[in-house]
Design a binder for this molecule. Structure first.
Ligand code: ADP
Ligand code: MG
Length: 219
């Protein structure tokens, strides 16, 4: 699913930063992996490269069988729209928009008609245990519920790869644990999942951990 070979990501500036300093790793379809490390160690940079939101400045990133260096922006957008789901710490839901419409928006770029988008959104919300909150807008939901809406949006198109950057970072312990349990459940149903976290307790509950420090894999 993911193969990185000596991947580097340099940011210009004085002094320049090598946020990713030569990372080689493989993630196989069906895995549930945590990327762990202190703040500033390059976790988000790594996840953005895996999600093709960013390109390496050196090395080879192969995602879902594609060398990202060989894909133009249009093909990369298609890869993201159909093959990769994203979840972020800040939820990124549209305010004033119902849960079902927030989730349906996850299919905007796939050319699926509106009625089908909404039906699939309802199914995705049921999958994350929010079938009873379809019409709720983000301000009417708890933090944990908002993150579950965001997860429903990320998986509504059934992407084989789900990437989550600190998905429990804004949640209390109980809601965070529920989100982690949901990730486990989605993984059992076949989705390959990569989760960034600096929460060591959360990471300890995942079957594989990749530890990064100063842009390198250290364990
Ligand atoms: P983490 O997610 O582990 O906290 P990041 O991947 O966000 O780490 O950042 C890794 C390093 O790269 C940090 O030192 C950060 O300051 C630097 N960095 C991240 N994004 C940029 C950018 N757009 N421009 C310059 N430096 C950046
Ligand atoms: Mg980060």
């Amino acid at each position: 699913m993911v193969s990185l070979e000596n991947v580097e990501r340099a940011y210009g500036g004085e002094p320049p930063v090598l946020a990713c300093a030569g990372v080689t790793l493989t993630i196989t379809a069906g895995e549930l992996v945590a990327i762990v490390g202190p703040s500033g160690s390059g976790k988000s940079t790594l996840l953005n490269i895996i999600g093709t939101l960013d390109r390496p400045t050196a090395g080879v990133a192969r995602i879902d069988g594609h060398d990202v260096a060989g894909l133009g922006d249009h093909d990369l957008s298609a890869l993201r729209a159909y093959r990769i789901g994203f979840v972020f710490q800040q939820f990124h839901l549209a305010e004033g928009v119902s849960a079902v419409d927030n989730v349906a928006d996850g299919l905007l770029y796939t050319g699926v008609p509106r009625g089908v988008r909404r039906r699939r959104a309802v199914a995705a919300l049921e999958r994350v245990g929010l079938g009873h909150r379809l019409g709720h807008r983000p301000h009417q939901l708890s933090g944990g519920e908002r993150q579950r809406v965001a997860i429903a949006r990320a998986v509504v198109g059934d992407p084989p790869l789900l990437l989550a950057d600190e998905p429990t970072g804004n949640l209390d312990t109980a809601s965070g644990a529920a989100v982690v349990e949901l990730l486990h459940e989605l993984n059992r149903q076949g989705t390959t999942i990569v989760v960034i976290t600096h929460d060591t307790e959360l990471a300890a509950r995942l079957p594989r951990r990749i530890a990064v420090r100063d842009g390198r894999v250290v364990a």
